[in-house]
Design a protein around this ligand. Sequence first.
Ligand code: ADP
Ligand code: MG
Length: 247
Amino acid sequence: MSALLETKGLQLAFGGVVAADNIDFALQRGERLAVIGQNGAGKTTFINICTGFLKPTAGQVFFNGVDVTHQLPRHIVRLGLGRSFQLPQLFLDHTVRQCLEIAAAGRSGKLSFFKALADSVDGREVDDTLALVGLQHRAHEPALALPEGQRKLLDIAMALMLRPQLLIMDEPTSGVASEDKMALMDTVMQALTERQVTSWFVEHDIDIVNRYATRVAAWIAGKVAADGPPAEVLSNPQIQREVLGTH
Ligand SMILES: Nc1ncnc2c1ncn2[C@@H]1O[C@H](COP(=O)(O)OP(=O)(O)O)[C@@H](O)[C@H]1O
Ligand SMILES: [Mg+2]
C-alpha cells in the first residue's frame, strides 16, 4: 500500500534562502510524527507545500497516491489532509458551535444561501466533536472569549469536522503556558486517536515530543537532517548540537 503522504524532490527558495532543499519524505498511516528544528529551518514551508498553500519550484506531493502538488488548499482538505495553524484561524465573532458548523459546511463546498447554516450540518457530529475536545460547556460563547489553549482546541475541532485522515499541526502548543501544554496535547492526541487520524505536529518542547511522537524528523536549513524513532533522533549528536542546543 502506498504511503499516506509522500514528497519527491521538493524544492523552494525565497530569494537566496533555500527553504525546501530537495525533500523526499514519506508518512505512513497511524504514525505520530513530531517535526523539530530551529526557527527558519523550513518546517512551516514544508507544511505549506504539502497542503497547497505554496507551490514548489520542483518536486511533487502525493496524498494517498494522488498527485496534489498543484491542487488548491480547499481541494486538498477535502481529500482528507487537514491542518491547524500556529495562530488559530477562527471566526472570532461567531460562537464556538457556529465555528464548527461553518467548518462542516466547508466540507461539501456547498454553503447554501437560503438554508440556515445549522440546518445544513449534522448537529450530532458537532456535539460529539465539541465533547471530544472538552469544549461542550463553551458552545454558545464567542470564540473570542476563549483563552489561547481552548482556541487551539477549537481550531483542531474545526479541522476534525472535515474528517481528515491526516492532521498537520503547526506548533499546536505555542502561545500556551508551559504548565498547560501537556494537558492540551493529551486532549488533542486522545481526540486524534479516537478518530483514527494520523498526526504530524511541529513542537519545540522535547518532553512533549518524547511523550507523544512515534517518530521524529529534524529539519536543518530546508533539509531533513535526521528521521527515525524519537530516542535515536534526540540522541543524535548533530541534532543535539544544531537543533536542541544541548550538546
Ligand atoms: N513567504 C515567504 N517569503 C519569504 N521568505 C519566507 C517566506 N516563508 C518563509 N520564508 C523564509 O524561509 C525560511 C524557512 O521559514 P519557515 O518555513 O517559516 O521556517 P520554520 O517554520 O522552520 O520556522 C526562513 O528563512 C524564512 O524567513
Ligand atoms: Mg514555522
